[in-house]
Ligand binder design. Structure first.
Ligand code: F6P
Length: 751
């Protein structure tokens, strides 16, 4: 619906009409005295001529009256003459300056000599408080030498005439001003409307909508400029996503500088990038097993900014300053971590309850029933408020760039938007988004969707998750969805729904140079496990989570060993399972199930000290993980459902020997990018077993070829490209917002 914004007319009136009124006022101020003096001159000339005419008319009678020495006889004549409304009085002066005859109205104080002097000046004089014109005329007859008539004209009529002229002039100027103002405002309004709609079409991406208008060259100049800038951004965006163009930390940093003018960056996530814990009386730093941390941390290193996260380590409070800040990485500070404290009750309800007991199983097809409790929802809402308040407190400008991470913080975008309406909020959902029916199970589905739609951009790993999200919103909220532009407009604000496949930091030459050789890694890992140098290792490395397909992986190994007994004693699965969410029953039960399964399989194939499965339920540091990746023959990523999965990408990055085979679940987001992996349906145990066999028998040339291709994909589609794509979209939307705000400030806009 169109609404008329009165701002433009008011601005235009101020801009065009005020100067116009000023010009007209100045014109009136100068022209009125000019006209007054001009008309006065005409009037005086006119009165002079009238005086001469009256004198000529009366000359004969005066001559006769003087000759008969009866000036009194002139009185009736004089009386008749002053019936004229302008002629007020007449006097006849003798040669000696005496008054021979006068009408009664002639001022007694006016002597003949004074009248002569005034007449010579030919201007108005004031007598008895009235403006008058004095004219003296000689009576040119035989007996009237030295005799003259004094005629007094009232100038009151001239003052009235001058007043009338002034009023008339002012009225004409006022009407003229009003007509010019109204026409100006109307024309400006019409031109502005068409220009505004042109700008808006351009911003919507309708090329050619701002074709230069010959009638408004100044507008077309601005439009050209705008079009050029938008194209520049489009080109940069396209270039950024064209293969062959490398993305790295430096490029991301420079993009932030140029396109986002180095504006403040704030990240909020539940998980923190560094956890401080007490071990044997000492404080040690741990990097959590988290894909989110793997991806986001390099971005903060490159771009600086503030990362707000839950301080979950038992020594976290001892390592922050009075504002709960700590600079990270500790050896080379690049960004600030602001720790947020969440008490036990809230953590139980928000993290374990609503996020991981409800949303996690809701979004993953893992056949674990989600649990939703009112009390958990309250905690979830409260903690989201806490995060939102922290983001707002950290904001130094009115429109910072805010990156909200994951399903723990679905409500925060709306809460932040209410306080920082100009902020650019990017929410990234690191896990899958289910179909509308599944999501509909959640009793607070509308609230969650509303919260998320406070974002400027909502990112998912795949187009498929975007589609599910848009369908879910369509099912449960009254919104305007534009499929073509992938936007949802809700509460008058648009949100872009886009896929951004997350990735990892691609190690630099310098970093790679510091790695131990593949041979050393193979040897050391096998030695530690008591295995001989030729022993084949299949590696599984996950959080101890029921979505990761650890059960299916072990079953596949069992199936393989059953079908290929020659591998018994030669092949082992090394499974690292980092403890996670252990307070939840499902996770405890899952751990027991896996430990039992591993024990069963080990018992089934036990001979001469052989173990089919080495299960380590522990958190491994980055170096150890790297060593394992480099020592393995196969990496198994068999998630039964996964947003992306970064373990597979880390494995690829670690294999600079271009060897090793990746077996990847078709239900992990990464399978869409990593087509040279051996894809499996983890539910199909025999298929996975066959894939393992194929990997073990794969010729070195094929392994190389596949690994080379996988490496070039991950190198190219690294985490800087992920962030670059999101921030690039954010920059374009910010530019559009700014232009639109300017347009809105000047003109009428769509509601
Ligand atoms: O996969 C979703 C996710 O939030 C990841 O981003 C992260 O790697 C993982 O879960 C970690 O879970 P948590 O923070 O609960 O340990």
């Amino acid at each position: 619906m169109k609404r008329l914004n009165l701002y433009l007319p008011i601005r235009l009136q101020l801009r065009f009409v005020v100067p116009l009124i000023l010009v007209m006022t100045i014109t009136a101020l100068f022209s009125i005295p000019l006209i007054d003096s001009l008309t006065m001159r005409w009037v005086l000339r006119d009165l002079g001529m009238r005086a001469s005419l009256v004198t000529t008319t009366l000359s004969d009678s005066i001559d006769e009256a003087l000759r008969s020495k009866d000036p009194q006889s002139l009185q009736p004549l004089f009386q008749r003459a002053i019936r004229d409304e302008k002629l007020m009085a007449i006097a006849l002066c003798g040669a000696d300056g005496s008054v021979l005859q006068k009408t009664p109205e002639f001022p007694p104080e006016l002597r003949c000599a004074d009248a002569n002097a005034a007449s010579r000046l030919d201007s108005s004089i004031t007598l008895q408080g009235r403006a008058m014109h004095v004219a003296t005329r000689s009576v040119e007859e035989e007996n009237t030498r030295g005799i003259h008539l004094v005629l007094l004209h009232d100038l009151g009529f001239q003052e009235q005439r001058s007043r009338d002229t002034r009023n008339y002039l002012l009225s004409v100027l006022a009407v003229l001003g009003a007509v010019i103002s109204a026409t100006t405002v109307l024309i400006a309004n019409l031109s502005w409307r068409s220009w505004v709609s042109g700008v808006k079409s351009l911003l919507r991406g309708e090329e050619g909508s701002l074709a230069p208008q010959p009638s408004s060259p100044e507008f077309s100049q601005v439009a050209d400029e705008l079009r050029r800038r938008l194209r520049q951004l489009e080109d940069e965006h396209r270039r950024a996503h064209t293969t062959g163009q490398e993305w790295d930390a430096a490029r991301l940093k420079s993009m932030l500088k140029s396109d986002l003018r180095d504006e403040q960056l704030i990240v909020a996530s539940n998980r923190e990038p560094s956890v401080h814990v007490r071990r044997a009386g000492k404080i040690v730093t741990m990097r959590p097993a988290s894909g989110l941390v793997t991806a986001v941390e390099p971005i903060l290193r490159a771009c600086s900014g503030t990362w707000i996260a839950h301080g979950s380590g038992d020594a976290d409070r001892d390592t922050v300053d009075s504002r709960d800040h700590i600079l990270l990485p500790e050896h080379q500070p690049a960004y600030t971590l602001r720790r947020l404290w969440i008490d036990r009750i809230d953590e139980a309800g928000y993290y374990y309850g609503f996020a991981n007991g409800g949303l996690w199983p809701l979004c993953h097809i893992a056949h674990v029933r989600p649990t939703f409790r009112e009390a958990d929802w309250e905690c979830y809402r409260r903690v989201n408020e806490k995060f939102a308040a922290a983001v707002i407190a950290e904001a130094r400008i009115k429109d910072p760039l805010i990156l909200i991470q994951d399903y723990h913080l679905a409500l925060a975008p709306r809460m932040i938007r209410e306080k920082l309406p100009d902020a650019t909020i990017i929410s990234f959902w690191h896990i899958p988004w289910p179909n509308p029916e599944s999501f509909g199970i959640c009793p607070w589905r509308e609230e969650l969707l509303d919260g998320m739609l406070g974002s400027t951009i909502i990112g998912f790993h795949t187009r498929f998750h975007c589609k599910n999200f848009m369908e879910t919103v369509d099912r449960y909220l009254e919104t305007r969805i534009e499929q073509e532009h992938s936007t949802i407009s809700f509460r008058g604000q648009p949100t872009l729904i886009e896929s951004y496949p997350i990735s990892i930091h691609w190690p630099s030459e310098r970093e790679r140079a510091a790695w131990p050789t593949i041979a050393k890694c193979r040897r050391d890992v096998r030695q530690r496990l008591g295995l001989d140098a030729q022993h084949l290792i299949a590696l599984g490395l996950d959080r101890f989570d029921y979505t990761k397909g650890i059960t299916e992986r072990m079953q596949a190994l069992r199936s393989l060993l059953e079908q290929q007994p020659q591998l018994v004693g030669r092949l082992s699965l090394v499974q690292i399972a980092a403890p996670t969410r252990e307070e939840l029953d499902e996770y405890q039960a899952f751990r027991v199930e896996i430990e039992q399964l591993a024990a069963q399989i080990n018992a089934r194939f036990a001979r001469d000290g052989y173990r089919a499965i080495y299960l380590f339920t522990e958190h491994k540091g980055a170096e150890e993980v790297q060593e394992l990746y480099r020592a393995a023959d196969i990496c198994l990523v068999t998630s039964i459902h996964d947003g992306m999965n970064l373990v597979c990408k880390e494995f690829i990055a670690a294999r600079d020997d271009e060897d090793g085979v990746l077996i990847l679940s078709q239900f992990a987001g990464a399978s869409r990018e990593l087509s040279e992996a051996l894809h499996v349906n983890p539910y199909h145990i025999e298929e996975t077993a066959q894939a393992m066999l194929r990997a073990l028998n794969m010729p070195i040339a094929e392994r190389r070829e596949r690994m080379q291709s996988l490496r070039s994909t991950v190198r190219e589609y690294n985490v800087y490209r992920w962030a670059g794509a999101m921030l690039g979209d954010a920059a374009r939307l910010r530019l559009k917002d700014r232009v639109q705000a300017r347009v809105r400030a000047y003109g009428s806009v769509d509601a």
